[in-house]
Design a protein around this ligand. Structure first.
Ligand code: RAT
Ligand code: ZN
Length: 413
């Protein structure tokens, strides 16, 4: 019989040592020069921190976008770290990163931090970060309409195996018919009204890009009013092209539902918000497409309970992560506890959504600490029934949460 202290230690050890698969990030392989964000200025200009900064200085919004990244970082640092205590989750994250690199937090010297990061070579930095966060690999977000990225794929630049691809469909599903124009320019015979060869040609486009990227899954972020079925272009493209493609190729479809784009356009990337989405949509997709796997996250706190209930009904639905505005300690605790209570070990508790390499360090250390706490509570309650726990059994459960569930769902051996 394990004592409470031993139990805590076994859980903490299992979580800290498990290799992690990060199912959704916005990072890039260093093989794509210029795309991988890293270092203190990129950390400080993360859009979560830009939103927090401009709250204190709304009058500086227009001017902010005219500044260099370094000058933007100066304003964020001054506003959030010098003039106030950096208590928010995104601020604390920066400090966790600096501490992990052994930097002196006492000096609050941005120039010294800059000097340190300037001395790091990108490849070496990837090694350090992956070791620190104990990552097996991360999944990128790969948009075939992004002009710079697209060219790297077309040139067949070899990708570091620690960076796996996910084929992002936002332009196709959220910006039709503009995207029809881009497809046409690339030689695909599509019509804005989806007539003629359009479905077959969009499918050809997907096949071409899946060959180049070898994505683990296809992905799209969607607004709160996303409905399915839907006679509008998004619904038709889903029904006629995306879902059959996913089924035929055995690729899961990741749906990230609940984003209200550019509620405040002047904030640019920091200007998106959240809205409660319709769970019926998720249920219809799952019931009508039993052969398609849906890797699914919802942005509104209000959707979390019904999403978990929906997952109880459908083996082809895998909830993942505490996304964006949910990626805060109080909500991670609440959501993870609820998922564990209703789904046992059949979910993917977290992804980082990192946009800056170094964020992997804090996003994972903060989340792991919370998952340790929630698991400790659950195993303690289990032990109280008289159930015998073993370190090997706990390790196996933790592995399911941090990589095995994801890999099995993705069909990775
Ligand atoms: O979390 C974020 O950084 C958002 O800006 C989005 O990129 C979101 O995660 C997404 O993938 O659409
Ligand atoms: Zn994201």
């Amino acid at each position: 019989m394990m004592t409470q202290n031993q139990l805590q230690e076994v859980i903490a050890q299992a979580v800290r040592s498990v290799p992690v698969v990060d199912a959704h990030t916005h990072l890039f392989t260093p093989a794509f020069p210029g795309l991988l964000l890293r270092g203190i200025d990129d950390l400080l200009t993360y859009h979560y921190l830009v939103a927090e900064t401009l709250r204190y200085h709304p009058e500086k919004t227009e001017e902010f976008w005219r500044l260099s990244v370094q000058k933007q970082a100066d304003l964020v640092w001054q506003t959030l770290f010098i003039e106030r205590s950096p208590v928010s989750e995104a601020c604390r994250g920066v400090l966790t990163v600096l501490r992990a690199y052994g930097l002196d937090l006492g000096c609050r010297d941005l120039t010294a931090y800059r000097r340190f990061f300037a001395g790091l070579d990108p490849e070496a930095q990837v090694d350090i970060v992956f070791k620190e966060a104990n990552l097996k690999y991360v999944v990128m977000t790969n948009d075939p309409f992004e002009p710079v990225e697209k060219v790297y794929w077309q040139q067949g630049v070899g990708v570091d195996p620690r960076f796996r691809a996910a084929l992002r469909l936002d332009p196709l599903l959220n910006r039709w018919p503009e995207t029809a124009g881009s497809l046409e320019a690339e030689g695909y015979e599509v019509q804005a009204d989806l007539s003629g060869q359009t479905s077959a040609e969009v499918r050809r486009f997907l096949t071409d890009w899946a060959k180049r990227m070898n994505p683990l899954y296809l992905a799209v972020s969607l607004p709160p009013d996303f409905i399915y079925p839907d006679p509008a272009p998004r619904g038709r493209l889903l029904k006629e092209v995306i879902l059959p493609f996913c089924q035929e190729h055995g690729k899961p479809l990741a749906l990230m539902i609940g984003v209200k784009k550019l509620v405040n356009p002047s904030l640019r990337l920091a200007g998106d918000s959240v809205g409660k989405a319709l769970i019926n949509t998720v249920e219809s997709l799952c019931v009508e497409n039993p052969e398609v796997k849906f890797f699914l996250t919802m942005l509104a706190r209000e959707n979390q309970h019904e999403l978990v209930v929906a997952a109880r009904k459908f083996g082809n639905l895998m909830p993942f992560g505490c996304w964006w505005f949910l990626n805060n300690p109080s909500l991670i605790r609440e959501i993870t506890r609820m998922r564990l209570e209703l789904l046992g070990l059949s979910f993917v508790p977290q992804h980082s959504d990192a946009r800056v390499l170094d964020q992997l360090i804090y996003k994972w250390s903060h989340s792991k600490q919370l998952i340790i706490e929630v698991l400790t509570e659950a195993y303690t309650a289990l032990a109280e029934t008289g159930w015998k726990l073993s370190a090997a059994g706990i390790k196996q459960d933790v592995e399911r949460l941090f990589f095995r569930n994801f890999e099995e769902f993705m069909g990775i051996e």
